[in-house]
Design a protein around this ligand. Sequence first.
Ligand SMILES: [Zn+2]
Length: 467
Amino acid sequence: MKKTKFYFSKKLFFTCLFIFSLISINAQTNELNKEDAIVIKEIYDESLTSRDTYKLLDHLCNNIGHRLSGSAGASKAVEWTEMIMNSYGFDKTYKQDLFVPNWKRGDKEEARIIGQNDELRVLALGMSVSTPKKGISAKVIEVKGVEDLEILGKEKIKGKIVFFNRPTDQRLISTGSAYGGAVDQRTAGPAEAAKYGAVAVVIRSIGTAFDDVPHTGVTRYVEGIKKIPAAALGVISADLLTQALKNNPNVKLFIKMNCETLQDAPSHNVVGELIGNEFPNEIITIGGHLDSWDVGQGAHDDGAGCMQSIQVLRLFQKLGIKPKRTIRAVMFMNEENGTRGGLKYAELAKKNNENHLIALESDAGAFTPRGFGVTAEASTIKKFRTWLPYFDRNTISYFKKGGGGVDINPLNRLLGTPTIGFIPDSQRMFDIHHSDNDSFDSVHPRELELGTASIASLIYLIDKYGL
Ligand SMILES: [Zn+2]
């Protein structure tokens, strides 16, 4: 009896404690809501109703098109984004000069299995050298990864085309991780195969769709190792080749491409600024990369991130939000095949002794927002998490540890600037990434705008409360 009584009082104590903590959490949330919930609602409302990000992206994709570094498209995009930010009347709009690699794809590539009529769907990998004018015809050796090359050795590889055919792992929920687990075949495969005397490399496209649209992307040659031509096959074409090899291991592949790398070309990062009215020397960077591959329209990768960055500043302006700190929208040049823009931005920041509070990059597609990845002190991440109640959980539901972007990571390395990566839903990104299918019609206006609004809301809170 006595024991039960004690049990009840203990239970009562914990119940009271629980209710008390709920009240205090609620009070805290309400207090935050009072200050900012209205502004954040306005940010989402304006983005979703104006669809300004979508309108800009429409122009970038349909009037300018793809924008490989050194191309006419890239130059047009530089001029146009500068003009747009000027027309909005941002406090400052300017360019940063740099030089970029200047690779040209040349004529449409050709590939076929000798003795079969079907043309295989093929795209040269970015930065690949050309085949001889008449093409290359050689036997094919199929591997699942670079580690197979050592096992096979020179005598089995020399004079052949190495075919990297390890698919992306469809079991992974994060398609970014699936991509990351397969992409070494593209980035390192050609240089590795060359060490064993391969004459060319073809890879199974690194993507998640089961179609025949090949995906390009950069390959990295190694100084001192022969540069051999390298191309990606559509997934269905890769399956045709693997079946042909099963039927006849001596089957030959013909491949022809005439890409070339010209002298580095002058280009620019484009920057727009709203100057802070309390701490103008504290800079918050929001960016995407303006260059894209030379197929499709670079809509998700990364026209979307650039247009979102401009629109974050535009939303502040339209809604009369006067930032305390300086907020910069940066269109980085050359993420895809050199990162020269990201490096230049960090280099100039260091040289000019700039004080960068934090940098955010949107380069994962224009899909429904899910969360943010943050590389910062644990206390900053903890603080960001207290802001989750401001976001509809169907858009932003987490802040995870670790995140950034290819263009802002140099800022972190050089100045120790904390970084944030915007994370949208990843299920469709690698169906279209670096391919003809990365086009404006694959972008949903509401998803794109929710991204803009989510980034703008986070930047609003960071600007107001710091890290
Ligand atoms: Zn990108």
